[in-house]
Each structure stands twice: as structure tokens, then as C-alpha cells.
Design a protein around this ligand. Sequence first.
Ligand SMILES: [Zn+2]
Length: 242
Amino acid sequence: MLEQLTPRVYHLRFSQTKDRPSLGYIRGDRFSLMVDAGNSPAHVQEFQAAVDEAGFRRPDLVALTHSHWDHCFGLSALDIPSIACVQTRQSLEMVSKLQWTPDELEKNAEKGIVPRLCVPRIRAHFPQLETIRVALPTLTFSESMTLDLGNCTCVLQHVTSPHARDTMIVWVKEERMVFLGDAVYQELVDDVWTERPEKLRKLVQELLPLDFTVCQPAHQRAMTKEELLTWFARRIQRAEEI
Ligand SMILES: [Zn+2]
């Protein structure tokens, strides 16, 4: 079921147990935008069923917050144009060249191309690894891109993030709402979640000027801007104490 976050913004809730990030649905008067393409075609189907159940039109476009598998491996099941920042396109081009077999996955984990932590998760969602299809985004931008969905403006903006270099957020201006993707999280380095206080500080500087009251990180409940900034400040302080 879609959960409503603001008058025009909905999402299919994240699931920690299923490695599923929140999938956004932004309802303009003329077009609808999906945020992130899910971890598998099954995830996309669940999203589409929720959109149908709500009586809404299927999304016309999808925006990818970054290239990680749980946000992109559903893309091949969507027949709509997709939008990503240049860095996400580059990363997905690399991922699309990988071979998806048990042996190759093992080798890629060995080389550090695929995080070891993700291997059992990917295998759980794709018992037949060979069925993985990595689709590439249709449209790319470098700094930011504005979409007018019909009385609903979405600004897709590349931001600095401790999590990944290819991170964009979706700011739904009139709704004063932001989809943060994984921008708020730490970076996975050799299977260890690693804090990047410098990048986190930059992210704070980039988010501060945006007018929003509610934000949705991909793997946890929505929070207010104030809660987000308090959480960041605590993390920066803790990292500096070490
Ligand atoms: Zn991620």
C-alpha cells in the first residue's frame, strides 16, 4: 500500500528484511515521477500494484538516487524513461558489463567490485543470477535538473554524500519535501560502514538552503528537517571525538 507523506507525495515503504528501499511516487497534475527503481522486478511489481490500488496513473518517469543494486535492479522491468546524474550513469555502465553467474559474483566480491555484504542479499533476490538485467538511465544531468510535473516542481540535485559519489536527491518544492535516497548513510568500505564527517558536513551545507519540512531517507522512517540536522550534528561530533 502507498503511504502518503504530503498532499502530492507518496511512497511504498522500505523493508529492512527484504533489502527494499522506499520507492517514491510524486503526483503532478500532468505527470508522475517514481523515485528509485527498486531492488528487483518483483519490487517494481509490488510498487505498481500499490499505485493501481491507490487509483493513480502509473509513473511516467523514474529518477535514480544512485547506482546501488537495491535502487536500480528493478529498472529493467520499467518501460518508462529514467533519469540519473552522470556519475550514476557511469557506475551503471560498469555494473552492466559484469557477468552475473555464481562464479563471476564470487570473483567480483573477491576483487571488491561487489561488496561481500551484498552477495547473499543479491542471491536471495535473484536465485537465478543470470536473470539480472542492468538497465541504463535514459537521461543524464550533471548538477541539477528541474521537472515540472504540473503544479508540482521536482528538483533533482546531485549532492555530496558520505555514502556514494553518485548521489542525487529529489526536492519536491511546493510540497517542501525531499527524497534523500541513501545520501544520509555511511560508506561501505571493505564491508565496514565508514563515517565521512567532511562529506557529511558538506551535505549539511547543501541541504540547509533547501526549503523543506519533511524528508524521506531510503531505509528508515520519514523525519523533519530539524531531526535530520540534529542526527547529522551528532554523527559529526562523534566522528570528531574519535
Ligand atoms: Zn546505497
